[in-house]
Design a protein around this ligand. Structure first.
Ligand code: PHE
Length: 459
């Protein structure tokens, strides 16, 4: 037991398949499902977005999830180690994943911290008089628009520090007692709280109009390549694909494990939650439109941080039972975000363990403390909201596409691992993968290269 747990024979592992599935769902279901998806869907043709979205899930999400899980499981390592075993020159691909995780971790924490503050604000409806002014003024203390300064914002600093402390403690408790336990408790809790929230939202006056706005198809959107790019981007972000997270989590499964069927559970579980969140959010927005007596299409602020931190508070303030609704909403955001954040930090920590032979606890504390300091400087100050946008563009839209292409190229094109991985996926799994899987992954990578080029040009 006391022997170095980082060596491969003693690699930490999940207690079983269910633990793995819950942890992977914990990573996938996050802020992306609750505030990114509804806005993306709404901006990209409403109901018509569902077609590219489902196509993206089936053609890219699931096949690449299989690929990442297979690499992690077969080569038994964090992203850099596993990628080096895939191809001796590919360790850098793994470090690229780790770097993106590091960036995501910094800003993700900031949003969770805001949600934690708003969880408490909800009890007294502190934001009720002027939700927009409250968010940027009183809470974030932004000066005139566009000014960036490095003064600390005490309201943000405290929740930010709290989130980091929780994160470091969970990571330091280890994979089994920390990460796994957080997810085994957190995910069922999240499903329950969010379920209550959606039911409540659906019974608000105007709910149907909101849902209509989200699902009314605009078929002309289907011919717009940007809509397709958005759908693929959403699937990657939402399933935590190409960040090395799913790879690392799969490396903690026991040697003889079914990989494909759990992959399907993770992918469909995540998308179900996402669509449910879309319904809940837009039902609520429909109520706001009803209150203001305007069509949903004329409301502003239906995407990004504004949706959760300005529009939602405005609705909560007007609704019967608002404080409870607000607490459930922001509490759900905190739990969903925390289980994703942990997966990102575990991915970084695992890479350092594998590379330098660090003990899991030491590695977790080191990674946590460095990230905490940087995130407090970046987001505990008034630069936060500005940074968020920049980071989102570069890491979530460009970085992961590059990370996915590099991973596929290293494993299938240069590493020649295609058949080996296909056989590995089919060896113990109940669902066997035919050559169609390889065809899909290769086809998707061509599409990704196209997306990457278009996006890079537009930035
Ligand atoms: N999948 C998470 C979400 O939907 C985000 C995430 C991305 C988590 C990458 C981990 C790694 O919010």
């Amino acid at each position: 037991e006391a022997a170095a747990p980082h060596t491969h024979e003693k690699r930490e592992h999940w207690s079983g398949q269910t633990a793995f599935i819950l942890a992977a769902i914990g990573s996938a279901v996050g802020l992306g499902n609750i505030w990114r998806f509804p806005g993306e869907a709404y901006d990209n043709g409403g109901g018509a977005f569902m077609i590219p979205y489902v196509v993206a899930l089936l053609t890219a999400g699931i096949p690449i999830l299989f690929l990442e899980n297979a690499i992690g499981h077969r080569f038994r390592g964090s992203s850099p180690l596993a990628m080096r075993r895939v191809h001796r020159r590919a360790e850098g691909v793994g470090w690229f994943h780790v770097a993106i995780c590091f960036v995501i971790g910094l800003y993700y924490t900031a949003v969770i911290a805001w949600a934690l503050s708003y969880f408490f604000f909800s009890f007294t409806l502190a934001y009720k008089d002027d939700p927009a002014g409250f968010f940027t003024g009183e809470y974030l203390q932004l000066g005139e628009a566009g000014t960036v300064s490095l003064s600390f914002v005490p309201h943000v600093l405290i929740p930010l520090a709290a989130i980091w402390i929780i994160t470091i403690v969970v990571l330091a408790l280890g994979l089994h007692n920390g990460v796994e336990r957080l997810n085994v408790i957190g995910i069922p809790l999240l499903v329950a709280t969010f379920g209550i929230l959606v039911v409540r939202a659906l019974t608000l006056p105007g709910a149907a109009d909101g849902i209509d706005a989200l699902f009314t198809p605009d078929f002309s959107a289907l011919t717009d390549p940007n809509v397709w790019i958005a759908a693929y981007g959403q699937i990657f972000f939402s399933l935590s694909l190409a960040y090395g997270v799913m790879l690392t989590y799969a490396s903690y499964r026991r040697r003889r494990s079914n990989i494909t069927s759990p992959g399907l559970v993770i992918a469909f579980g995540n998308s179900s939650f996402e669509v449910l969140a879309g319904i809940g959010v837009f039902a609520t927005v429909g109520f706001l439109a009803h209150q203001q007596d305007v069509p949903v299409a004329e409301l502003d602020g239906l995407a990004g941080p504004i949706l959760s931190f300005v529009t939602f508070p405005a609705v909560i303030a007007q609704m019967p039972g608002g404080p409870l609704f607000g607490a459930l909403f922001f509490g759900s955001l905190v739990v969903a975000g925390l289980t994703s954040l942990i997966s990102v930090m575990q991915t970084i920590s695992a890479a350092l363990q594998d590379k330098f032979g660090l003990h899991p606890r030491g590695s977790a504390v080191a990674v946590g403390v460095v990230s905490a300091v940087l995130s407090i400087i970046g987001f505990g100050t008034t630069t936060g909201l500005y940074l968020l946008d920049v980071v989102d563009q570069w890491s979530n839209q460009l970085g992961i596409v590059a990370g996915a292409i590099a991973m596929i190229a290293a494993a299938l094109w240069f590493g020649g691992r295609s058949r080996e991985l296909q056989r590995h996926l089919s060896a113990v799994s109940t669902l066997k993968l035919g050559t169609w899987w390889l065809v899909l992954v290769n086809a998707v990578s061509v599409l990704l290269i196209y997306m990457f080029a278009t996006k890079a040009v537009s930035l």
